[in-house]
Design a protein around this ligand. Structure first.
Ligand code: SF4
Length: 147
């Protein structure tokens, strides 16, 4: 997981957006010769667990929520990354999205994105993207979170 922060120039001591790259899968279903992650001489990813657990995601969601609350960070952007993040089972991916949405939108606006090779995309995944990628941000702005 890596982090970046965006600062509002009018409030230089503040953090406007917390940007998180969340590597949920440390493997890939294809093998691009140019891949910086697997084919450039560093195989450390292969020594880590292949996929993140829902329990680990729950701990991360709590940590992010607590940090946003304490620091007054109004926006969070989470990008699902890998390897290939869609190697997670859709049910696990949905559970992780729901945990993040339920916890983080209690204190901050939340936006999801994903970096994928697209080879696993199907109707199940599209339905998940419709549900979680379009609604989190607006739900918080409307002040009407869904479960
Ligand atoms: S799809 Fe991405 S992660 Fe997978 S091998 Fe290609 S560049 Fe690497």
């Amino acid at each position: 997981m890596t982090f970046a922060i965006a600062v509002d120039p009018s409030r230089p001591q503040s953090v406007e957006t917390l940007q998180i790259v969340f590597k949920v899968v440390e493997r890939c279903n294809i093998n691009c010769s140019y891949c910086y992650y697997f084919n450039m001489g560093n195989s450390s990813a292969l020594s880590r667990p292949p996929k993140v657990s829902v329990e680990t995601a729950r701990s991360i969601a709590e940590w992010i929520t607590q940090g946003c609350e304490e620091l007054g960070i109004p926006k969070v952007s989470i990008s699902f990354h890998g390897g290939e993040p869609m190697m997670l089972k859709p049910r696990s991916f949905e559970a992780i999205c729901k945990i993040f949405r339920d916890r983080i939108t209690s204190v901050s606006e939340l936006k999801f994105s994903i970096q994928t090779n697209g080879t696993i995309l199907n109707d199940t995944w599209l339905e998940l993207f419709r549900e979680y990628f379009r609604t989190c941000w607006r739900q918080h702005r409307r002040g009407s979170r869904s479960s």
